[in-house]
Design a protein around this ligand. Sequence first.
Ligand code: ADP
Ligand code: ZN
Length: 603
Amino acid sequence: MNEVKKPRKPLLYYYFVILIVILLFNALVVPYMGQSQVQDVDYGTFITMTEKHNVGKVQIEENQIIFTDKNEKNISRTGVVNDPQLIERLYENGAKIYGEIVQEMSPLMSILLTWILPLVIFIGLGEMLSRKFMSKAGGPNSMMFNMGKSNAKVYVKSSDGIKFSDVAGEDEAKEALSEVVDYLHDPSKYQEIGASMPKGILLVGPPGTGKTMLAKAVAGESNVPFFSMSGSEFVEMFVGMGASKVRDLFKQAKEKAPCIVFIDEIDAIGKKREGTIGGNDEREQTLNQLLTEMDGFEGNNGVIILAATNRPESLDPALTRPGRFDRRVPVELPDLKGREEILKVHAKKVAMDENVDYSKVARMASGASGAELANIVNEAALRAVRDGRETVTQADMEESIETVIAGYQKKNAILTDKEKRIVAYHEIGHALVAARQTNSAPVQKITIVPRTSGALGYTMQVEDGDHYLMSKEEIENKIATFTGGRAAEEVVFGSITTGAANDIEQATKLARAMIARYGMNDEIGMVAMETVTNQYLGGDTSLACSEATQSEIDKKVIELVKKQYEKALDILRNDRKKLDELAEFLYEKETITGEQFMEILNR
Ligand code: ADP
Ligand code: ZN
């Protein structure tokens, strides 16, 4: 597999090299060319040298005399004096008179010699070298310098021959892409029947779900070259370069067909074009070039373009219309089974204890992406090394889930005694409210060690499996659970803290979604009042309703959250004894597991 990479050498680097070459040239070469170094001496010295037979060649000019020593090495110059016997004397002493010994260098000539000549030599050499590399670039292991053109690229043979089996889970995506692999293996089958492969396939999904891996795997399975470039690379460097980079990329791809061209972060160039003044010209030019290139080649020439994005909705419609990126392959966050498989794939690379329960770890890491799961395994291995163990244990894995998701433990962040007590109650508040509502998932573990992410406590809720549907009651219970932290503060201390900011945000989001998107409010009914604009990055939404409806929705959201907060307060007031007991345990031990929690609760 070949990969195209941009060498990390900016233009400045080349300027620097040129400067060095010129300086070296001046220091080493010029002095030797330079019998140009003429020494000035007085007339007396000249005469003395003559009389001592120390003068070689002599050139007499109108206003100066230039002469060499006997060995004809050093050149000297002296003024002309009215001396009629000079010629005679010179002949007597064995000097030879010439019409011209040295051509004095004019300033122009010296600039030419010291600055321009080395440059010419240097560029000529560069050209020669680059030709040499170009002609070799046909082989699979070749490197290619493409200097002087719009961009410099280096092909390196990719060492990571990734196959589909390296990508765990994502079965639907793999199935969709296996058709491409089949096509690249044997295009004639498709050509005979007159079917053409889509030119562009869009891999869509949240960050870290393996889109890049899948694209590489397609190349690996088909055993074809892999060209990759990131959308942001196209536009980051110099004005006007983006479009020519696209041109170059496609030119090279066509030469190497069949091959895979992978464009990561295509939204960086493919964002919707706006009619506003002062838009990003550079980006639009690049996008236009991409569209032109995609239209310019036939569907069956063996170049398949894969592109990845986590913002499909922001792409320009021109990019997604038929004939361009008309096929979309969703690459979703892994489900429980997928997470377990990903963990196992990455666990193969480290020395794992036999007793590690991958299914449990996968369950604990709900919502984690493939990249996060890979990170969890690595963190666990690092932890094992730190503790001087030879294998990675279940405890390592569990601790590293918290590390990856909530950040490292902040060793020197010290909570005051009062704060620690409040945090303990707050976290137990969440857990107790969750546990007392039959439909809510039980807690797996709570810790109140401050994390580098800024969280003071961390509650890990465990779900038995993946849920695809949530009932109205379940969402309401969830909102109640989110408010449980604040409720505990209020019940126990009679005062409230800033610690609930994140809970409030999440509760509000859920409540708003219930009303504006899920049609779970009787008065509003089944009308979509907001749409998700950013499905894969946090799920931002935008409202699509009149102002009057908006304030109506706001009122209902407030009402809904308030009602759940009251419910949470009720639960905690009725369970005050358990609340104290559990909070005390957490305060003392700083961590409580699900089993300990349930044991105290059912005592
Ligand atoms: P994306 O391009 O979707 O942001 P990547 O393909 O770059 O994600 O994945 C980043 C890393 O996460 C990979 O190098 C790999 O270690 C891990 N990873 C992600 N998804 C998977 C998966 N399905 N199977 C195995 N590893 C995965
Ligand atoms: Zn909270």
